[in-house]
Ligand binder design. Structure first.
Ligand code: NAD
Length: 355
């Protein structure tokens, strides 16, 4: 039995996650494979219930599951709490506890939404990019880090650091993924300036030569990559990059395609994986049935593809989403003037029916 730990979290997290579960239950019927769901608390709701954002029992159950499906955490109610007690600490605790070193974020342009992009249709039509971002190393975690007193003034310090094994494992993730797609990796670095990037490029080239010579590989400096993403996004298939560059580029890539309510993600480690929409708990629309469940539903599709190895079924979910969008179904965030607006639940139901 495949065990899924479900962490709906706060705000619209609970609303969109219930629609993703609707789709997973349908998937379970199609596959004729039982899925076991265990609901867990993290974020603001866990603070209210247990006094901490990530209770031990939640982490323990997540570790014991085959995959985690998360909604979103946070909200104004908990904003004034000290840093270590904020709901967002649950995300950091889960990433660390589950050792999730690869963040995978697709940016896919649905034909029906081409006009919602801020770029010209001919530039964005057909975009299908995945950003593979290293998630546990680089400048966000390097030591020393802090603000130090020195010679009568203060100095802020961060350290960018990568070891060869850290680069190797994320490079393998990107190359393996490329082989299931258009077979192309663009490794993004700043190897003209940064020593970490020089090592990054060297290691990526070695892994490519040794294990994936049939995959097309090119290298791009991060400044150029950010330019090419808006100039010629169809150049890219899989973008492989380190933590901070990936943080910035994955937001840029995903916003090419329209609303934040459409963007799924996966965070993957050696033995665990967590799937979640890119968006937060959206307190401004929470509880009103206005949230777009597609990001969460596509996160569930990624779960089926990466953790259950059901790529064909994941594709079917994608096509079901594409189908309902093609029929003109819209939640408020992606509706144009005059279009009929569906509730979160109604959108989930339409996608289930299309599946
Ligand atoms: P947000 O992503 O929650 O919302 C940004 C804007 O996008 C809002 O106007 C919201 O209504 C809209 N939006 C987001 N998701 C949508 C959806 N599915 N359908 C329709 N509209 C959608 O970001 P924020 O407002 O900066 O943060 C709100 C809270 O969420 C904060 O507490 C923040 O810390 C937290 N947060 C959590 C996560 C996470 O759990 N992974 C990520 C980002 C922010």
């Amino acid at each position: 039995m495949f065990k899924i730990a479900v962490i709906p979290g706060d705000g619209i997290g609970t609303e969109v996650t219930s629609q993703a579960i609707r789709i997973l239950k349908k998937a379970s019927q199609i596959l004729n494979e039982p899925l076991e769901f265990t609901e867990l608390k993290a974020g603001g709701i866990a603070i209210d219930t247990f006094g901490k954002p990530l209770p031990e029992e939640t982490l323990k159950a997540a570790l014991a599951s085959d995959a985690v499906l998360l909604g979103a955490v946070g909200g104004p109610k908990w904003d004034s709490l000290p840093y270590e007690l904020k709901p967002e600490q649950a995300l950091l605790g889960l990433r660390k506890g589950l050792e999730l070193y690869a963040n995978i974020r697709p940016a896919i342009m649905f034909d029906a939404l081409v006009s919602a992009s801020s770029l010209k249709s001919e530039v964005v039509k057909g975009i299908d990019i995945v950003v593979v971002r290293e998630l546990t190393g680089g400048i966000y975690f390097g030591r020393p880090a802090g603000i130090f007193e020195e010679n009568g003034t203060r100095r802020g310090v961060n350290t960018m650091t990568y070891t060869v094994p850290e680069i190797e494992r994320i490079a393998h993730t990107a190359f393996r993924l490329a082989k299931t797609r258009k077979n192309k990796v663009t490794s993004v670095d700043k190897a003209n300036i940064l020593h970490t990037s020089m090592l990054w490029r060297e290691v990526v080239n070695e892994i490519h030569k040794k294990d994936y010579p049939d995959v097309q590989l090119d290298h791009m400096y991060v400044d150029n990559a950010s330019m090419q993403l808006v100039r010629n996004p169809k150049h890219f298939d899989v973008i492989l990059t380190e933590n901070m560059f990936g943080d910035i580029l994955s937001d840029e890539a995903s916003m090419l395609t329209g609303s934040i309510g459409m963007l799924p993600s996966a965070s993957i480690g050696e033995t665990h994986a967590l799937y979640e929409p890119v968006h937060g708990s959206a307190p401004d629309i929470a509880g009103k049935g206005l949230a777009n469940p597609i990001a969460s539903i596509l996160s569930a599709a990624m779960l089926l593809e990466y953790s259950l190895k059901q790529k064909e079924l994941a594709r079917k979910i994608f096509r079901a989403v594409e189908g309902v969008l093609g029929e003109g179904c819209r939640t408020a965030d992606i509706a144009s003037a005059g279009q009929n607006v569906l509730s979160t639940e109604e959108m989930g139901r339409r996608i289930e029916n299309a599946l």
